[in-house]
Ligand binder design. Structure first.
Ligand code: SF4
Ligand code: SF4
Length: 323
């Protein structure tokens, strides 16, 4: 059963929800933000930055300590709706839900309703249809002509659309013909020299992991008062693309080379996680490709590896050097 909402009624529908919920939605600057005015939403393009900061805020304080007293901090308990997530981002939340079990995440997650939107215009970087994604939402809006057909995925979602009329027909849309279709059978190619040409260009800037909706590695650090008596313990994003990520006491870095770090990113997303959990850790949103300053394209590389493209036929690859 689907509900139906006229497109011209969307802003009013969102405004009504604002009386009970904080609304987070994509806006023009390429991010998800808390909105006060629904006309500021930008639903036509995938955001540059994913919505993970609303579950794992950067620099979150976990505990405060005053002398010997330790105070656990708790996240604000606001009820909120994230609107405008596409199938890739909804599946990224599913992956986060299976990985992260800490109290702060669970509390934010419990208070968040996912109101997704069908992605009508995947761009040249998108490849979600290759990543075996599932339905994961409280509500999903399918745009069709002058209406949205709304699929209900949970009791929470059902309550939000209770007043809307039922649709007379059901609309389920599927986008086909993506320009990018990576082959995932790369396990036996780990030692192939081709990875070196990508790693040679990598800047170790971590833009790929920071913008990836499923990368959730973090570090814990303390900020102390000058007299060392008071302080806060915080959590911030970490990245497998930085040498410091695998550096242990004494200075030994287990992934010392850019080559090792770059391959870790790709193999974790496509091979290791899939082996352990039965699904890819990549949702095909393409953000790592869009954000990469030297435009390294690992999906192209894996297709060359597996024979879907002719190596060096179309691209001017940097020759393999030790990195
Ligand atoms: S690896 Fe890239 S394409 Fe896959 S989920 Fe992360 S950012 Fe998106
Ligand atoms: S964004 Fe590109 S250059 Fe930066 S660490 Fe990732 S692969 Fe390397």
């Amino acid at each position: 059963m689907q509900k139906v909402l006229k497109k011209k009624e969307l802003n009013n529908f969102i405004k009504e929800l604002m009386s009970n919920y904080e609304i987070i939605a994509p806006v023009k600057n390429g991010k998800f933000e808390i909105i006060k005015d629904p006309s500021n939403m930008e639903l036509g393009k995938i955001t540059i930055v994913p919505a993970k900061e609303f579950f794992l805020p950067e620099g979150e304080t976990l505990i405060e300590f005053k002398g010997k007293k330790v105070i656990k901090t708790h996240p604000e308990n606001k009820k909120r709706i994230i609107f405008g997530m596409r199938k890739c981002d909804l599946n990224a939340v599913k992956i986060m839900d299976s990985i992260i079990k800490d109290e702060n995440y669970l509390s934010r997650r419990k208070n968040t309703i996912l109101m997704g939107i069908f992605c009508e215009h995947p761009d040249e970087y998108c490849f979600c249809n290759s990543m075996e994604l599932e339905d994961y939402y409280d509500l999903l809006f399918y745009p069709e002509d002058d209406k949205y057909y709304i699929s209900v995925g949970s009791e929470k979602g059902k309550k939000l659309v209770a007043k809307l009329p039922e649709a007379k027909k059901e609309i389920i849309r599927i986008i086909k013909n993506f320009k990018r279709v990576p082959d995932k059978s790369i396990e036996k190619h780990y030692r192939n020299k081709i990875w070196e040409s990508d790693a040679n260009r990598c800047l170790s800037c971590a833009a790929c992991t920071i913008n990836c909706p499923t990368c959730t590695c973090f570090e814990i650090y303390d900020e102390l008062s000058p007299d060392l008596k008071n302080g806060t313990r915080k959590r911030g994003a970490a990245s497998c693309q930085l040498k410091s990520f695998s550096t242990v006491a004494g200075g030994k870095a287990f992934r010392n080379s850019r080559l090792a770090r770059f391959k870790q990113f790709v193999y974790h997303k496509i091979v290791y996680y899939k082996k352990r959990n039965g699904r890819y850790m990549c949702v095909g949103c393409g953000r790592c490709l869009r954000a990469c300053p030297p435009k390294i394209d690992w999906t192209d590389t894996i297709n060359i590896l597996t024979g879907m493209k002719n190596h060096d036929a179309k691209r001017n690859r940097v020759s393999a050097k030790k990195v």
